[in-house]
Design a protein around this ligand. Sequence first.
Ligand SMILES: Cc1cc2nc3c(=O)[nH]c(=O)nc-3n(C[C@H](O)[C@H](O)[C@H](O)COP(=O)(O)OP(=O)(O)OC[C@H]3O[C@@H](n4cnc5c(N)ncnc54)[C@H](O)[C@@H]3O)c2cc1C
Length: 306
Amino acid sequence: MIAAMKTDVDILIAGGGLNGPTLALALADAGLSVAVVDPRPADARASDDFDGRAYALAVASQRLLKALGLWSGLADKSQPILQVKASQGLPGQGAAPFFLHFDSAEIEEGPVGFMLEDRFLYRALLDAMSGRVTHMPGIAVTGHHVEASHVTVDLSDGRQMTARALIGADGRNSSVAQRAGIKRQGWDYGQTALVAAIDHAEPHHGIAQQYFMATGPLAILPLPGNRSSVVWSETNDNARAIAALDDDEFLKVLRPRFGDYLGAISLAGARFSYPLSLSLAETYAAPRIALVGAPPMACIRWLVRA
Ligand SMILES: Cc1cc2nc3c(=O)[nH]c(=O)nc-3n(C[C@H](O)[C@H](O)[C@H](O)COP(=O)(O)OP(=O)(O)OC[C@H]3O[C@@H](n4cnc5c(N)ncnc54)[C@H](O)[C@@H]3O)c2cc1C
């Protein structure tokens, strides 16, 4: 029998992206003391302006936010996805006439999912942690040592903290996983996702479109108002060339793929590029260590599953 040591916190979470704070809130609600450590500064992503990043939330994720008491403050900022249409897309021709159609009218639980901008979701998580979770921005986890009754965690500011367990929510290159000897399997898709928000003249009626093009899928996901989030996957070479274009040229290349069903389009916010790869951790747990979020299943053919 090992005597329980008094630790600084019950659970220390490395990573304050989306998954770290979400888990921290759930654990705090369950009565555990939790600290979230993340090298991002406290004012990261603090701007009120839309920067072009948004998430498609599955209904399970929306329910989780509801259970944590966050959804009531987010609902009116979200856009319900009422229908999803998936079809073959051909440049210059838009969507093919035959498509898979998922309609929320056919299910009892309401929308198929929700679109929510990063600025609202991320800030809501940070705000909710205040008073419930010890948030330690500007600090990285640099090492850990597993003992019989606890784990000692090294921090980049030279301090050490003890916890009953360490959670790696530190993204797809999780150093917690690496140090715990957790291997991963995966491969590069050879594709990069170009992400941007697009304003359009016509309403989207809550319909998410997914065109499967020869060089990768193009998703057009409804945001509040006459605005959509575009996630456009291309081969790495194509994506590099398209990302280097100025905004006008970018729109010229996008328009024939996007089609004209939403009328005239223009850019809203910045453009982003994300290389796509599959990365699966071989296990989610090691003694006094667990992984959540991106480490077990990183980027992502998420569009196919949205
Ligand atoms: C183009 C694209 C579109 C996507 N769209 C969607 C979508 O619509 N819906 C959806 O559900 N998912 C989507 N995803 C996936 C989603 O973005 C990720 O699954 C999610 O962001 C992962 O969150 P996370 O908190 O696990 O990791 P991350 O967001 O990667 O956060 C990891 C955090 O760990 C911190 N960190 C790193 N090292 C350390 C350390 N040593 N110590 C402490 N902290 C550390 C980092 O600073 C970072 O804040 C998309 C992904 C891509 C690439």
